[in-house]
Design a protein around this ligand. Sequence first.
Ligand SMILES: NC(=O)c1ccc[n+]([C@@H]2O[C@H](COP(=O)([O-])OP(=O)(O)OC[C@H]3O[C@@H](n4cnc5c(N)ncnc54)[C@H](OP(=O)(O)O)[C@@H]3O)[C@@H](O)[C@H]2O)c1
Length: 275
Amino acid sequence: MTGSELVRQAHERSWDVVGLTRDDMDITDADQVEGIIGAERPDVIVNAAAYTAVDAAESDAEAAMAVNAAGTQNIARAAKTNGAQVLHISTDYVFDGEATHPYLPDDKPAPINVYGESKLAGELALKEACSEHVIVRTSWVYSHEGKNFVRTMLRAADEKTELRIVNDQLGCPTSSQDLARALLCAANLMMKSYVSGTYHFCNAGETSWFDFATAIFDLRNSAQPKLIPISTTDFPTAAKRPRWSVLDTNSFQLAFGVEPRPWRDALKETMERIS
Ligand SMILES: NC(=O)c1ccc[n+]([C@@H]2O[C@H](COP(=O)([O-])OP(=O)(O)OC[C@H]3O[C@@H](n4cnc5c(N)ncnc54)[C@H](OP(=O)(O)O)[C@@H]3O)[C@@H](O)[C@H]2O)c1
């Protein structure tokens, strides 16, 4: 989702950009990563590659760690060798969801699932191997394409008349379009002046999965399924999820001059792209 959107928007800005799929460059292959980065010599490497199957990671920790931790380390080392900076995407799932204020970048991570642990390990590997980096944590990413909550809801509504949606997990939905735009602003500044550290970016406002689903169907011009709010305990999943994962984006706004728009506005644009 995010990688292809980044490449699309970078092309729109006429940037000299190389977009790589997993087939082009498997980040778990250190030699391949070093070879490609050594040949391309980029100013900034944006790492949008990740093992993102949160539930599958619980029974496949090795694969999640290989991509999210070792893969990130491979990119960091190749960046260091070749004088590139790394712009790395991470997640709200590095936190446990028990905070009483929106999470600040410096708050102590405490992941409660394997995916979160592997993403935190990736952050640490990057910090250790390459000081020239920016980490941007985001949350609840969706897009007009790829595997995500919005498309899952629309597909489910084609098959069922009634959907049961969790109502007691809160977070900030983020469109891949807005995320990519924000990341390119960060990359632009990284190319012009020294900037490093960990930041948070997500669309503005918090919601539950149930209210997010309601907003999706409110924007859809066809028959609506009946939505039933349920609690997390009614919908057991392999991975535990943070109860309240709201990110504070103020430092990102200050550093990169991007104010996140309300999540409903971003969702409207994505829904228009889907229809
Ligand atoms: N989705 C969310 O809700 C969410 C929330 C917070 C943070 N994030 C973070 O946002 C970033 C972008 O993810 P996304 O949301 O855009 O998810 P995505 O659509 O699943 O993108 C992940 C991409 O990584 C690729 N990939 C997986 N293993 C790879 C490997 N070994 N080498 C190279 N590429 C590999 C995948 O390729 P294949 O499709 O071929 O496997 C896929 O294209 C990730 O760092 C993710 O952790 C996502």
